[in-house]
Ligand binder design. Structure first.
Ligand SMILES: Nc1nc2c(ncn2[C@@H]2O[C@H](COP(=O)(O)OP(=O)(O)OP(=O)(O)O)[C@@H](O)[C@H]2O)c(=O)[nH]1
Length: 599
């Protein structure tokens, strides 16, 4: 019964306890038995469980017997909390009518609490504030409820107090979902309109779109059409999400959340965000309101073994299906050979993609330092986008370089405002606004995106003892005095190591990088000079001294097992190395720029 369906998401600042609460909801609705219950059930990717964060949004259908005696169908769509994955949050939100906005009772409102709140508000969703982790000794539930009222304008009286850990208050949450979140609209006899909010790739069944039925219905045997490509397929099976499995059903009706198999083989035939309809009775319009995923950070990904190029391409194609925000195109590097320039939503996203490629596809990769996209106006008046720092033309051909800016919001207890402003100044930020909200301060700055890409979040956390939080959005391009710094290893420029920096910082960053490279490049049979240069001018230099002894020399006369161990260690060390000219360069070297700027 459609009126007893409730579709909702859980949104929160990172670590405020979404996944734990989702687990408890699963358990209390008996979706999984206590025996089956394992921590963070919805985080099905191995990587997610290991890192303790949610990367992919996942959906599950639950049944709840409410106090009014009726059984309700809940579709819970879990969302990730990290700022890189805002896109997944917005996709999840398009598929629901309401959200639980979870706020940690010991941390209070944080930057992404606010950002997610606005996202939910834009969708005009019902928002149920949940003050979570009330079991913690440091919990201040009432203060936090008042903060929610003050900062977000949600009445403190509407807050539900709960602990995902102990289960306290979780029943109140379930009752609030029934009482406050509206049943989905949509008519069974209207032309079918289904929103693809996610998809996975299955080796046997091809692309499996995850859909939210907005209008009409869908059943096996239907001929479907994908709106933007006009491609048609026959539906094999439809079904719903049960914990840990895809459960087939006879049909999907309006308001339901489920999956479709239709032997969609070609990657790209059923993209996330697209609308699925029936070929013989199509809907008039696609479902609107999707925020397209736009990569903002680019990095090169290369196989350590050049033979693996095709396998890497296949892996990227498969991964892209499961990760709509990833983009890639072939790239050649003099230093690294054939690989791909990949676009990501942020640094964490880049790291996760690399890790998934290595684990799920068993590839050995070298990644270059992620960089933002620069725009250049050339002296002949033409404009170009720079996705790879090594492509920046020489200064005589450049009229102006533009760098992307973000509006950065930092939310912090007032005692840390001084050091945070200093940090922002160092990052070339300009203050746009500063507002006191109780004992907290909201700082709004306009900052070059490239400046906050690498270490900003870590430094913000460390100078505020973990209390400050941040969120950002892109606000366009501004002209900057930017230069390309080339890095030469053994007198040879290495394109994959080049980076772009503000002219006032180029010297110090160049210095730091050659020093760092001097540390991480292992000694070779000969001395290796490492240099940083702007144009033809060398600005910094370091030397990797020549190797004096063979590693095995130490074992002369020693026992054989030790010798073996050393050889193994050496082999291990060889992995993820790339020969540049005659020099073996390890993965770390390509990421040296990431560790600059730390004190
Ligand atoms: N004491 C207490 N700890 C909790 C509670 N809920 C979650 N935690 C802990 O808080 C940490 C974060 O919880 P998660 O559920 O992973 O948080 P999350 O918001 O899902 O995190 P992301 O998926 O990374 O966004 C974990 O160490 C949990 O054990 C709670 O109600 N009480």
């Amino acid at each position: 019964m459609q009126e007893r369906i409730r579709n909702f998401s859980i949104i929160a600042h990172v670590d405020h306890g979404k996944s734990t609460l989702a687990d408890r909801i699963l358990q209390m609705t008996k979706a999984v038995s206590d025996r089956e219950m394992r921590e963070q059930f919805l985080d099905s990717l191995e990587l997610e469980r290991e890192r303790g964060i949610t990367i992919k949004a996942s959906a599950v259908r639950l049944f709840y017997q409410a106090k009014d005696g009726q059984t309700y169908t809940f579709n819970l769509i879990d969302t990730p909390g990290h700022v890189d994955f805002g896109y997944e949050v917005s996709r999840a939100l398009a598929a629901v009518e309401g959200v639980l906005l979870v706020v940690d009772a010991s941390q209070g409102v944080e930057a992404q609490t606010i950002a997610n709140f606005y996202l939910a508000q834009e969708h005009q969703h019902t928002i149920i504030p949940v003050i979570n982790k009330i079991d913690l000794p440091g919990a201040q539930p009432l203060e936090v409820a008042l903060e929610v009222e003050e900062v977000l304008g949600l009445p403190a009286d509407d807050c539900v107090f709960a602990s995902g850990k102990t289960g306290q208050g979780v029943e109140d949450i379930l009752e609030a979902i029934v009482a406050k979140i509206p049943a989905p609209a949509g008519q069974p006899h209207n032309p079918t309109q289904a929103l693809i909010f996610d998809s996975i790739f299955d080796a046997y069944q091809g692309v499996i779109p995850y859909v939210r039925m907005m209008e009409g219905s869908l059943k096996p045997g239907d001929r479907i059409r994908i709106w933007s490509t006009a491609k048609e397929f026959n539906v094999d099976r439809v079904g719903v999400f049960r914990p840990g499995q895809l459960e087939p059903t006879s049909s999907l009706g309006p308001g339901e959340v489920g999956w479709v198999t239709a032997r969609i083989n070609a990657i790209g035939d059923a993209q996330v965000g697209d609308t699925l309809t029936l070929a013989d009775n199509p809907c008039a319009e696609p479902y609107p309101g999707f925020k397209p995923a736009k990569p903002v950070v680019f990095a090169g990904i290369y196989p350590t073994d050049t033979q693996e190029y095709n396998r890497l391409r296949e892996a990227l194609e498969k991964l892209k299906l499961n990760d709509a925000a990833l983009s890639f195109e072939p790239e050649t590097s003099e230093a690294l050979g054939f690989g791909f320039r990949c676009g990501f939503l942020g640094l964490l996203h880049a790291e996760i993609v690399q890790e998934r490629l290595e684990r799920e596809f068993d590839l050995d990769l070298i990644a270059t330092a992620p960089s933002v996209i620069y725009r250049v106006t050339l002296t002949d008046g033409s404009q170009t986008e720079i996705h790879n720092p090594s492509e920046l033309p020489t200064s005589d051909r450049i009229q102006a370089v533009y760098e992307p800016y973000v509006k950065l919001t930092v939310y912090t207890p007032e005692e840390y405002v001084g050091p945070i402003m200093q940090l922002l100044q160092e990052k070339r930020g300009k203050m746009a606004n500063m507002e006191y909200i109780g004992k907290r301060v909201e700082l709004v700055y306009e900052v070059p995106f490239g400046e906050i890409l690498y270490d900003f979040h870590d430094r913000l956390k460390s100078i505020s003892r973990g209390y400050a939080s941040m969120d950002y959005e892109q606000i366009g391009y501004r002209e900057g005095e930017l230069v390309k710094v080339s890095i030469l290893v053994n007198e040879e420029p290495v394109d994959a190591l080049a980076f772009i920096a503000h002219k006032d910082k180029a010297y110090s960053v160049g210095r730091e990088i050659v020093d760092k490279l001097g540390e991480v490049i292992p000694r070779q049979q000969f001395a290796v000079p490492i240099q940083a240069a702007i144009g033809g001018k060398i600005i910094a230099r370091a030397t990797v001294k020549a190797l004096r002894k063979d590693v095995l020399a130490k074992c002369y006369g020693g026992d054989i097992s030790r010798k073996k161990k050393l050889l193994e260690k050496q082999k291990e060390g060889k992995k993820r190395m790339k020969s540049i000219g005659k020099v073996e360069v390890p993965q770390e070297a390509f990421l040296a720029v990431l560790s600059t700027g730390k004190e």
